[in-house]
Design a protein. Structure first.
Length: 259
């Protein structure tokens, strides 16, 4: 645990050497160091993201009764609490700014049509799920086929060598927060559109592709498939153990459709 100098709050320190943290490691370590030196988290994030990015502001700047998403849309400022959840949200803004802005515009449009309400509706529900828990996957067709069929042994054991040709990036900031203290059943929601192989590992290109690709209609159709992320080869030592993938409470088979 590490107590941040200004807030006095204790945050578990992310292990930046873990593969799921790789896209955020440099920014995350720099922001955290600033916070440990007494810089408030919103200021540390704003300094790191630099010109062209959103401003991060203290949660207290969000007026009472104003929707979080509407405030971001109208002001370009992201209300931010001290803590891991909003820390990771800021890191995703750094890697996927175009997609985060798109999701915010879509949320604001839905709020503009229907108000905040107690029920979000399918589009806002899907946007929230994407924002909190989405996973992006670039990989061979065989991996996609096994994933969509929830053929876990084939996906993670038989096709294990093929994972060297795949890349998985966690977009959801609630998902990355959970992985600070990993446990076997942590499950992400893979966006069911493969990231084009031609984009390579350029996350700026991934961001541009995703922001041009996502629509409200697409999201309303719930274009996700579950993935227990610690089953990914090389991500968790326990996955090398015999019987790891036989746990049907975590690696659940596909539901059979009645004939």
């Amino acid at each position: 645990m590490c107590v941040l100098a200004r807030s006095g709050q204790s945050w578990p320190a992310p292990d930046w050497a873990q593969p799921w943290n790789a896209p955020f490691a440099a920014d995350g370590a720099a922001v955290r160091m600033s916070c440990e030196q007494g810089v408030p988290l919103p200021q540390a994030l704003t300094q790191r993201i630099g010109p062209g990015g959103p401003r991060f502001v203290a949660q207290a700047e969000l007026p009472e009764g104003v929707a979080y998403e509407r405030f971001i849309f109208e002001t370009g400022a992201v209300p931010t609490r001290e803590g891991l959840h909003d820390f990771f949200n800021g890191l995703v803004w750094m890697r996927f700014p175009a997609t985060k802005r798109l999701l915010n515009r879509l949320q604001a449009a839905e709020i503009g049509k229907a108000g905040v309400g107690q029920v979000r509706g399918p589009v806002r529900d899907a946007i929230t799920l994407f924002d909190e828990n989405a996973v992006l996957l670039q990989g061979p067709d065989a991996i996609w086929d096994a994933l969509l069929g929830r053929e876990w042994t084939r996906l993670f054991v038989d096709l294990r060598p093929l994972w060297a040709q795949a890349r998985l990036v966690l977009f959801g900031h609630a998902l990355t927060e959970k992985l600070v203290a990993p446990y076997k059943s942590i499950t992400g929601h893979v966006y069911r559109e493969p990231v084009p192989q031609g984009l390579g590992d350029d996350l700026a290109a991934w961001d541009a592709w995703l922001a041009a690709h996502l629509t409200a209609g697409d999201l309303a159709a719930k274009p996700f498939t579950p993935l227990p992320v610690l089953g990914v080869p090389g991500w968790w030592p326990e996955s090398e153990s015999a019987g790891f993938y036989e746990d049907t409470e975590v690696f659940r088979p596909a539901r059979r459709v009645p004939v």
